[in-house]
Design a protein around this ligand. Structure first.
Ligand SMILES: C[S@@+](CC[C@H](N)C(=O)[O-])C[C@H]1O[C@@H](n2cnc3c(N)ncnc32)[C@H](O)[C@@H]1O
Length: 544
């Protein structure tokens, strides 16, 4: 076996997943439709991470299918750090041009695009690319296979590259870097592509969908949506399996420099069979997206954006938190790492793990105690708390799994907890009813980009006011029945909470349609519940 050197690893660490033909051809078509090519004699085109040159090949084919005057000459630049790929790319572009009878000049640049791009910013009329998708960091398993010197050289090269990226592309730098690592090359690559584009040019990029959904990419998103005109956004679900070795959802963007036109951008959502569905944003929905850091609900419910006006004026979960007697405290309790060390048969507090908590009840009774000489027990463990699982994968039927944990138990950090400082158990149960509801879950899912139901995302969800005693008593009674698995109560509580949010029967049907894993029978039971015919105490209260 050929011994790996630091350069091989650098290539691996910087990624190589070529674009699927469907995505690439659609992107090239939109770029051609958007670019103003008429009247130009010669047009400069670049793929700064060209791989085998497929995107530029498809672009030339898309141009040749267009009617109207075309530029006489294409001046194409292909950049990549992989010499073999670059060679293939040059041949491919020249062959495509020859077949189409198009005149091209091709220049290739071998090296690190991130380093030499700044001297060429703003030069290209068309920029089309799919940057590498990795996080820049050394892989421990690979380091272990290397000679010490090679490993040191490799880490030093990566570190140098990482610092350079943070300096050149601050918008793409993560807010927190773990041990100095974590630069996301897809973000930095998108920034490179946009900056290479001329003021009168057009840029088309392929990226992991997280670019439009995670909190880390917020600064980059603001820059893109506020300094560029976004002509087209396409989303491809992970199930479409468009990349050979990665099973990730992806997006494409077509943008051009300039101030936002204010007209909302359209999103085309492609399902697993690559059928595209257009989602148009109203001014109000676009405003709501903008004020939320342009987090697109891609993985769940783009069609639910319109419902946000129902709850956007309600207080958020974070608004319930505070220092006063009747305020909420939220956080985590014990670090679970190495928990075997501090658990035993005796102690004052039973230890609760994430898997013991399910919707409305604890599905497994804790049996081990935290040793008396173990970690310090936080004072929250002496309160009735609402606890929800941190890890809960997107493909689960319900992602929010929350229940009440009594005093005398302490939770590990696979659970988040919250309690009212005045120990108002009735209000806590009412909050549990809200939190376990479809409406709350839909809000959270629209923001989740990972397998974690983080406190940060929960804090942003809106909650109907829970100050009315009649209302909290009604919800608490329903919760008590839900805790015993009472099916009728489980249905009624959903309807009551939906009504509290001000959702009509029709709104709720739309909301439920986004929950693909929930069986039709359950949806039917929810929509035909007699609870729709009698408004709850709380909704009467709200209506007054
Ligand atoms: C995701 S592939 C895309 C290739 C091609 N544009 C496509 O759409 O199929 C990313 C390419 O970027 C190249 N690459 C990764 N890091 C690079 C760097 N720092 N400088 C230049 N090219 C790089 C890889 O070799 C790979 O060919």
């Amino acid at each position: 076996m050929r011994k790996r050197n630091s350069k091989d690893l650098l290539t691996r660490a910087t990624g190589r997943f070529y674009t699927h033909e469907f995505i690439g051809r659609r992107l090239a078509d939109v770029v051609v439709r958007t670019a103003q090519l008429e009247g130009r004699r010669s047009v400069s085109v670049i793929d700064p991470f060209c791989g085998d040159g497929r995107l530029i090949g498809w672009f030339l084919e898309a141009v040749s299918k267009r009617d109207g005057a075309r530029p006489r000459m294409w001046s194409v630049e292909l950049w990549d750090c992989d010499a073999a790929a670059l060679d293939t790319a040059r041949k491919r572009v020249l062959e495509t041009a020859a077949q189409l009878g198009v005149e091209v000049e091709v220049e290739t640049v071998l090296g690190d695009t991130f380093a030499h791009a700044p001297s060429r910013f703003g030069e290209f009329v068309v920029c089309l690319t799919n940057p590498p998708w990795e996080l820049l960091k050394p892989d421990r398993r690979e380091l272990d296979q290397l000679d010490e010197d090679v490993a040191r050289e490799y880490v030093a090269q990566l570190r140098q590259q990482s610092s350079r990226l943070v300096e050149y592309y601050p918008l793409s730098a993560p807010r927190r870097r773990y041990a100095g690592w974590g630069m996301n090359l897809a973000r930095a690559g998108t920034e490179v592509a946009l900056r290479l584009t001329a003021n009168d040019g057009v840029c088309g990029v392929v990226s992991p969908a997280s670019l439009l959904a995670d909190q880390m990419s917020e600064s980059l998103r603001r820059w893109v949506f506020e300094e560029y005109v976004v002509h087209d956004i396409a989303y491809y679900v992970a199930e479409a399996k468009l990349f050979d070795e990665v099973d990730q959802p992806s997006v494409t963007l077509v943008v051009s420099p300039g101030v936002t036109s204010h007209s909302p951008t359209m999103l085309v959502v492609h399902d697993r069979a690559l059928r595209g569905k257009e989602v148009r944003f109203s001014e109000q929905e676009w405003h709501s997206l903008r004020s939320d850091g342009y987090v697109f609900p891609l993985q769940f419910g783009p069609e639910l954006l319109g419902l946000r006006s129902k709850w956007d004026n309600l207080p958020s979960f974070a608004d319930l938190e505070g220092e006063s007697q009747d305020d909420l405290w939220a956080g985590r309790e014990l670090d679970e790492t190495g928990h075997r060390r501090f658990l035993g048969d005796k102690g004052d507090y039973l230890f609760v793990k994430g898997r013991m908590v399910s919707r409305f009840r604890m599905c497994e009774a804790p049996s081990q105690y935290v040793n008396r000489d173990g970690p310090r027990i936080p004072s929250s463990a002496d309160h009735y708390r609402l606890a929800w699982r941190d890890i809960s994968r997107p493909n689960q039927r319900r992602r929010i799994q929350a229940a009440i944990v009594p005093p005398g138990m302490v939770t590990g950090n696979s659970l988040h907890v919250a309690y009212f400082r005045d120990d108002d158990l009735e209000r806590l149960k009412a909050l549990l009813a809200v939190m376990n509801s479809f409406v709350f879950e839909a809000q959270v899912r629209m923001r989740l980009a990972t397998a974690h139901v983080s406190l940060g995302v929960v804090r942003k969800a809106r909650v109907p006011p829970l100050n009315d005693r009649g209302l909290t008593a009604e919800l608490a009674q329903l919760v008590a029945r839900c805790e015993k698995g009472d099916e009728e109560a489980l249905t009624t509580v959903e309807v009551r909470v939906a009504q509290l949010y001000g959702l009509s029967h029709e709104d709720f049907a739309l909301l439920l349609s986004a929950f693909e894993k929930v069986e039709e029978e359950e949806k039917r039971a929810l929509l035909t519940s007699p609870a729709w015919r009698c408004p709850s105490v709380g909704s009467q209260q709200l209506a007054r």
